[in-house]
Write a protein that binds this ligand. Structure first.
Ligand SMILES: [Zn+2]
Length: 317
């Protein structure tokens, strides 16, 4: 949650520090322009400069010290919350029992935040779509062959541009994490079917949860409470059945998977994020959620846009 602290600091700099600085500069110009009152030995100018010095010192102390105290307190609170989140995620990475709790927890948080966001959903349906944001990052396990960072970046850029263009969502990319933790068995094939769903309660799911907790520690608490939780894209060797390039089990977890070398399709990550936000497949071949993801300029319907914006991952702050 440390990202909230840096955002608060940016807001203070933008909305408080800069206007204060402008005011101090205007006061200085005012003092410079004052004519000297000879009958009191320029006392008006001296008072003006004295006032300027006092204002400058007081505002600097209040704004700068206030800003950093807020930041430090915020970071400490966030760190403690993320440690709590990390410990919970370790529990959730226990095979079977952790997996079952994880599935239930993620669906419950999704449903709660969707109930709370119902009015926003209706507003989105009606076309009122204020800027929202969604965090996403990539985790690359130590497997071969693996997609290059350039390949991954192509998916990332396509995802950012697509959701910005269609949904007025600012997709904030948290980076590519190359983890040293090997997947179970050293290879990684993920089944995107009922078998895959249940193996997610076993070692695969444990791996995803543990690698998320260690690679994306900074978001641990958010992932536990769900609100604004980052979607993590894992790169895997193969997704089955054949001709499947990626997989998501909707709200079941905070991650999606895509294959190591998605050579011709830039929108697989965007498609899987759509699933993570409750979108199902579309019969329209030009739709992002078509069974075969379109290679260029995919679309979303009005209802699909509202459903994505309604997701727990998609927030205002
Ligand atoms: Zn799909």
């Amino acid at each position: 949650m440390g990202r909230v602290c840096s955002e608060i600091q940016e807001w203070v700099e933008e909305q408080v520090e800069r206007p204060v600085e402008t005011f101090v500069n205007e006061l200085r110009e005012f003092c410079e322009e004052q004519d000297c009152n000879w009958w009191c030995l320029c006392c008006n100018k001296w008072f003006c400069w004295l006032a300027w010095v006092v204002v400058r010192v007081v505002t600097w102390v209040i704004v700068t010290v206030g800003k950093w105290v807020t930041r430090i307190v915020c970071e400490v609170v966030n760190f403690v919350l993320d440690v709590i989140g990390f410990v919970i995620e370790l529990i959730l990475s226990i095979p079977i029992i952790g997996g079952i709790i994880r599935t239930i927890l993620n669906w419950i948080t999704e449903i709660i935040w969707r109930i709370i966001g119902l009015i926003d959903f209706l507003a989105s349906l009606a076309g009122i779509r204020l800027r929202k944001k969604m965090y996403f990052g990539v985790v690359v396990p130590p497997i071969t062959p693996i997609a290059s960072d350039a390949d991954i970046q192509r998916q990332v850029d396509a995802t950012i541009n697509f959701y910005d263009r269609t949904c007025n969502i600012n997709m904030i990319f948290t980076g590519i994490c190359h983890t040293n933790i090997s997947p179970p068995g050293g290879t990684f094939t993920v089944g995107c079917d009922a078998g895959g769903f249940f193996s997610d309660w076993w070692l695969d799911g444990s791996y995803f949860e543990f690698a998320s907790a260690t690679c994306k520690f900074r978001d641990s608490f958010r992932r536990v409470i769900g609100l604004g939780s980052e979607i993590i894209i894992f790169i895997v060797q193969d997704v089955t059945p054949a001709n499947t390039n990626g997989c998501s089990f909707s709200s079941t977890h905070n991650w999606v998977v895509i294959e190591a070398q998605p050579t011709d399709q830039a929108f697989v990550a965007a498609h899987e994020i759509g699933h993570a936000c409750w979108l199902t497949h579309s019969g329209d071949p030009s739709n992002l959620m078509a069974g075969i993801t379109p290679a260029t300029n995919p679309t979303l319907t009005n209802v699909q846009i509202a459903v994505v914006r309604w997701s727990k991952h998609c927030v205002y702050i």
